[in-house]
Design a protein around this ligand. Structure first.
Ligand code: ADP
Ligand code: ZN
Length: 707
């Protein structure tokens, strides 16, 4: 047995899965009688040394139990077992038929088929299907000793991707960036940022790098490409297949357990050379990691909010460091964390300044909703309506974007003023008219919508307040009765129907697309020339320290959907705040100036990426118990200068959504000065703390959600 072996061990009355972590010389001091034997050593590949270091690192950083982090690695239980063997058949060489043997046509067919196959062998189902005989004929030949059955390990289906270059060549700028990354590869760990506008060819650059690394025969390493979950379907994948002629190994939440097992094994055994996955792919047990590529690095979905709370982008950098391999981040709107690292020279910045093939960037303009007002009960300003009309006449496509699911965010009764609220959260219910339901977006609670107020019994008194995508879609259909309209929203659509919708847009079967953020990410629609943002202010306010940054990134990405081919695109942002720095930066296309201002403000307030933050959220169904516990937490706070130097705790305060799933919530925000680590303080403060009863405490290092 070696460190890294996956084992089953007795634990009380049960057995549990684990990994042999390390040799411990002091173990000999433990009383023999207290030791138990390992029940079973699994046949899975041992978890490599650098992967175990990574698990330890993540556990320390996120203040999680190492076992909880390891569980993310052992996430495909069937992958730990040997694969199910396949049944094969082959001709027994030089075997003469027994006496009295009669060669029927069916027998002759089977023998000829096997004889013609490579090594005289075939997968049993294939032999039956291709010969067209019944299985009894095959079994008869086996009984006669002319054919033998045997089992073998399924052969890998993990071809090494190879780029088909005949269709395209990189531009000079793209080539230089790719050359640089290939050259740097020999240097081991290093972080590079491909910083280029949407459509500048960032993907083509890393495709080229990937290809050149794989083409090196001496190389057996693996490349991990991380994408936001939503990008794992559709366009990116078909583009990969088109460019490389095969699919990569895929890792995301929609795989069947069989697919998970096969992929897990192929990664552990080093057979899968290119693995493309969402954030959880980071915890796959790569045998030999050669490069990590993380696309759309600013994307919020890289932050895992449940279980072990981690930021996959940051952990990917750590992982690359431990594996001593390069990591490439790519984005048109990088996070301020990454921008600061690049500004200060810790990350290499590779710039792709323009769109490929001379496509121009869209022009962005603002629609001031205080002056250019939509009529009561409608959401599109006259200027935007006119712009959509123009596209319809020209046979071009428009995207109307509103990042709010459902029909209306609030329903109230005109007669008694009752507002529909979630029974277990401190939040309004969102009407989903297509599904005829009122839904809580925080806990998933649903109730049937009806015409009668549940509070006063008045009929037809309910009114919808504010717009969601469904409502904007309704307005669009009313205004443009002849247009082909589609609504795309994550809750109404399955993965495959999103794919179908995207394809319909590509084929030009849709004139106006109304959608939420699922349509904002990385798609390329050549005939889409207008993007209208219905409410550009939506994410601007609230307690999120990154509100401006996130709004800028989102709107910039949505805007990037317009005019990606020959016809220039136009973007219109409906706003009540035309003077806001985010809006001004968007119309002037002054990303870097906006980033500088934003960085300046963060630095002044010692917020990330300068100082550090952690959130401690405690929740309990019993509010009094919760308050008592919070008082205890306040009392326990380390105050000695040597413990608390450079660290400040704010709170407790009621969380912005004060009740979720019937649990009251309080939040502490822990802030440290630049250069001061938070973990030692948090460990001292919270280490060994017993949480009473139903109370839950969640520690979030580097929080991205402030709800
Ligand atoms: P980004 O990842 O920066 O948004 P992409 O790599 O998706 O940009 O490129 C945008 C579009 O331009 C894609 O359709 C891509 O295939 C095309 N493209 C980019 N560079 C080239 C090139 N050198 N030759 C041919 N097509 C290219
Ligand atoms: Zn709820």
């Amino acid at each position: 047995m070696e460190p890294g072996n996956v084992v089953r061990v007795p634990l009380g009355p049960r057995t549990a899965l684990g990994v042999v972590w390390d040799r411990d010389e002091t173990a000999s001091e433990v009383d023999e009688s207290k030791l138990k034997s390992i029940t079973q050593v699994l046949s899975a590949q041992p978890i490599p040394d650098f992967h175990r270091k990574f698990v330890d690192w993540v556990a320390r950083y996120t203040l999680s139990a190492p076992g909880a982090v390891l569980r993310m690695t052992l996430s495909a239980p069937d992958g730990l077992l040997p694969p199910t063997a396949e049944r094969w058949v082959r001709v027994v060489p030089d075997q003469s038929p027994p006496k009295g043997y009669r060669e029927t046509p069916a027998r002759a067919t089977v023998l000829a088929l096997l004889g013609d196959s490579r090594e005289g062998a075939l997968h049993r189902p294939a032999a039956i299907q291709r010969s067209g005989v019944s299985p009894t004929v095959l079994d008869g030949l086996i009984k006669l000793g002319l054919v033998e059955a045997f089992e073998r390990r399924p052969r890998g289906r993990w071809p090494v991707p190879k780029l088909r270059r005949d269709t395209f060549a990189l531009s000079q700028g793209q080539q230089e960036a790719a050359d640089r990354l290939v050259a740097d590869h020999a240097q081991g760990f290093g972080v590079s940022l491909i910083d280029g506008v949407t459509g500048s060819g960032k993907t083509e650059v890393y495709f080229d790098v990937l290809d050149r690394l794989l083409a090196d025969r001496a190389n057996t390493g693996q490349i991990l490409v991380m994408l936001p979950e939503i990008a794992l379907t559709g366009q990116w994948l078909s583009r990969f297949k088109q460019r490389f002629g095969c699919a990569p190994a895929l890792w995301h939440s929609d795989l069947t357990s069989k697919q998970r097992a096969e992929t897990w094994r192929a990664v552990a055994e080093g057979e899968a050379r290119v693995v493309v996955g969402a954030r959880s792919a980071l915890f796959l047990p790569f045998r030999e990691l050669e490069m990590i590529i993380l696309d759309e690095e600013h994307d919020g979905s890289f932050k895992q909010e449940d279980g072990v709370v981690y930021q996959a982008r940051d952990m990917a950098v750590v992982r690359a460091n431990i594996a001593d391999c390069p990591i490439v981040l790519a984005s048109a709107t990088p996070s301020l964390e990454t921008v600061l690292n690049a500004n200060e020279g810790r990350y290499q910045r590779l710039i792709l300044p323009s769109r490929h093939g001379g496509a121009t960037m869209p022009t962005v303009s603002l629609i001031n909703l205080r002056e250019d007002r939509p009529k009561r009960g409608t959401w599109l300003a006259p200027t935007l309506v006119e712009a959509v009309e123009k596209r319809l006449v020209a046979g071009e496509q428009s995207l109307l974007f509103l990042n709010r699911r459902g029909y209306a965010p609030l329903t109230l009764c005109n007669a008694c003023g009752h507002r529909y609220k979630c029974p277990s959260c401190d939040a309004w219910l969102t009407e989903h008219r297509l599904a005829r339901r009122l839904v809580c977006h925080h806990c998933g609670f649903q109730s049937k919508s009806s015409n009668t107020c549940t509070a006063c019994g008045e009929e037809d008194s309910l009114v919808a307040c504010g717009p969601g995508v469904e409502r904007v879609g309704e307005e669009v259909v009313r205004r443009f009765p002849d247009a082909r309209v589609a609504i795309g929203s994550s809750d109404t659509m399955q993965r495959h129907s999103i794919r179908e919708l995207i394809q319909a847009v590509e084929r030009g079967e849709i004139d106006i697309l109304v959608g939420t953020q699922i349509l904002a990410k990385g798609y390329h629609f050549p005939d889409l020339t207008l993007v209208g943002v219905v409410d550009a202010d939506l994410s601007l306010y609230g307690s999120d320290i990154r509100a401006s940054e996130k709004t800028f990134q989102l709107l910039h990405q949505v805007a990037g959907r317009a005019g990606r081919a020959e016809i220039p695109g136009e973007v219109m942002l409906q706003t009540h705040e035309p003077d806001h720095p985010v809006m001004q930066a968007l119309i002037a296309d002054e990303r870097d100036a906006f980033y500088d201002t934003e960085l300046g403000q963060r630095e002044m307030m010692a917020l990330p990426p300068f100082g550090r933050l952690a959130a401690v959220v405690v929740s309990d169904p019993d509010e009094d118990g919760l308050d008592a516990f919070c008082r205890e937490l306040v009392q326990r706070q380390p105050r000695e200068p040597e413990d608390a130097d450079g660290v400040k705790v704010l709170g407790p305060a009621a969380a912005p959504i004060a009740v979720v799933r019937g649990r009251h919530r309080r939040r502490f925000l822990v802030r440290s000065a630049p250069g001061v680590r938070l973990q030692p303080y948090l460990a001292r403060w919270l280490g060994g703390l017993k949480t009473p009863g139903a109370l839950r405490m969640r520690v979030d290092i580097d929080p991205y959600s402030f709800l």
